[in-house]
Every structure is written in C-alpha cells, then in structure tokens.
Design a binder for this molecule. Structure first.
Ligand SMILES: Cc1cc2nc3c(=O)[nH]c(=O)nc-3n(C[C@H](O)[C@H](O)[C@H](O)COP(=O)(O)OP(=O)(O)OC[C@H]3O[C@@H](n4cnc5c(N)ncnc54)[C@H](O)[C@@H]3O)c2cc1C
Length: 249
C-alpha cells in the first residue's frame, strides 16, 4: 500500500489478481482508492502500513471433528465450554457445533507452548460425545487480546481482528468484526456524502467514537470476567455466574 503523495491524492494498493479458470501465477495489478478499511485479520498488513502497534494475543487451537448424526443431535441446541487448569489456565476449552461437524478447541495467552496438552485435555473432557469422530481440519491462529494502540490514520481505519476487537474471556470476534466493518463503512458513506466529497480523518474518527461508546462497557465487563477466570479457585464461581439467565441474555 503506497501512501498518498499529497493530502487529497489516492492510496495505491498493489495486489495480484488470480483467474480461477487459468490457475496461473496471477497478474500484478494496482488500484487507487480514497480510503482503506483494513479488514485483513490478526496479522494485518494494513495495520503494519500505518504502524498501528502490536497487541497481546492468545493462541487458539481447534480441531474440526466429523461425528455421527446421532452424536451430532446432542449439540443441536448446545455449545459447550469447559473451564479448569487442565483445559486452559486462563481461557476455556470448547465444543461448538458447526452445521455438520463440531469444532473442539482451546486457547491460552499465558502458556502458549502447552496448547497441545490443553487440546488433549479438552478432547478428554468431551470424551464419549466425540469418540469415533474423524478429524477433518486442524487450525491454529492468534486471537487479539486488546485493541491496537492505533486504529486510524488519515483515511485508513482498522476493523475486526485487524483492530483487535475480540472480547476477552469469551473470545467472541465474528460479531464485532462484522459490526465494526459496517460502522466504518457507514462513517465513510456519511462523511463522503455518498461519494460526493473526499473524506478525512475526522470522518473516520466518528466510527471509532461510536464504536468505543457502544462497546467499551462490554469489553470492560469481560476484562473483569477474564480476571476471575485466571484464578483456579474462582472458576466455579464463574461457571455459576454463567448459569444465571440474566447473564446468558
Ligand atoms: C480457532 C478459533 C476459533 C474461533 N472461534 C470463534 C467463535 O466461535 N466465535 C467468534 O465470534 N469468534 C471466534 N474466533 C475469532 C474469529 O474467528 C475472529 O475474531 C474473526 O474471524 C475476525 O474476523 P475478521 O474478518 O476481522 O478477520 P479474519 O476472519 O481473519 O479475515 C481476514 C481475511 O483477510 C484476508 N487477508 C489477510 N491478509 C490479506 C492480504 N494481504 N491480502 C488479501 N487478503 C488478506 C484473510 O485471508 C482473511 O480472509 C475464533 C478464532 C479462532 C482462531
């Protein structure tokens, strides 16, 4: 990404265009744009381009396991979270249903080298509910733990994992990625008066202000929950709290 050479001149993006029919090495292309939304995930190149700074991250490990239709019925309206030092000292293990298979995984910030040990423990916890299943995919990826120090520069803004919007404790990031992408796009549409004027940093800042106002209380609450989850003796209290209907809502 080449930065603008003058205040209102465009960003130039360099990319490779692939044609799925010819399967070749692709064609080098450029694209000139007025604004850039960095929605390129935890290892964001756009974030690097604007020196957005780093964040603390968790590592998540997940196995997609195809289980029998009978076993799948158990997970029809249910997702499982396991807490305890065996599955993760500071996060949780999970079994999440994914349409025709389950995702079994765990994460940690503090003990990344032990992730495979925690994964084994998570599988043992789910035990009979997944035995006989076939592992169809293994995934490992960083999960941001905190927004980046910088999420905006001139006409470049970051959203989703690129910005660092996964919530602590729950590890939820899909909703916040989609929501922040939409909010940022809306700020650009509004600031540009539907494409009639050039946006500037103050237009994109409206997205950040709206975002922080709407979601910062949620993040604060989950940062607190996370501190409970990190202490073995208070994990049961956390589980009890999650059983509360109000908390679930
Ligand atoms: C194992 C695991 C399990 C998870 N489970 C959940 C869950 O159950 N619920 C939940 O809410 N969240 C979950 N998360 C978090 C969630 O996946 C992310 O928060 C979410 O996907 C972030 O969306 P995103 O669009 O910001 O980034 P991504 O989903 O990472 O998408 C970024 C996209 O940009 C593309 N890209 C990157 N660089 C370039 C480039 N240079 N050029 C072109 N394209 C590029 C990538 O290929 C990718 O398609 C999980 C994460 C992990 C690792």
């Amino acid at each position: 990404m080449d930065m603008p050479k003058a205040p209102n001149s465009p960003y130039v993006l360099h990319y490779t265009s692939y044609d799925s029919k010819t399967n070749g090495a692709g064609e080098k292309c450029t694209l000139e744009v007025d604004a850039v939304i960095g929605a390129d995930g935890a290892n964001s190149r756009v974030a690097k381009s604007i020196n957005a700074g780093d964040y603390e991250y968790a590592i998540a490990f997940q196995e997609r396991i195809r289980i029998s239709d009978d076993k799948m019925k158990y997970y029809e309206n249910l997702a499982e979270m396991y807490v305890g030092d065996d599955v993760s000292p500071d996060f949780y293990g999970w079994v999440f249903p994914k349409c025709d298979h389950v995702a079994v995984g765990t994460g940690t910030v503090t003990h990344k080298a032990d992730i495979k040990k925690f994964q084994l423990a998570t599988r043992l916890r789910a035990d009979s509910k997944i035995t006989g299943g076939k592992i169809i995919r293994v995934e490992a990826h960083p999960i941001p733990e905190h927004p980046r120090p910088r999420r905006l520069q001139d006409r470049v803004a970051l959203v989703g994992d690129a910005a660092g919007y996964v919530t602590k404790c729950s590890g939820e990031g899909i909703y916040f990625a989609a929501k922040s992408g939409r909010m940022c796009a809306e700020a650009i549409v509004e600031g540009s008066e539907n494409g009639k004027r050039m946006v500037d940093e103050s237009d994109l800042r409206k997205y950040l202000e709206k975002w922080d106002k709407t979601y910062w209380p949620t993040y604060k609450c989950l940062i607190y929950c996370r501190s409970i989850l990190q202490v073995e003796s208070s994990k049961e209290a956390f589980v009890e709290m999650c059983a509360d209907e109000y908390v679930q809502r």
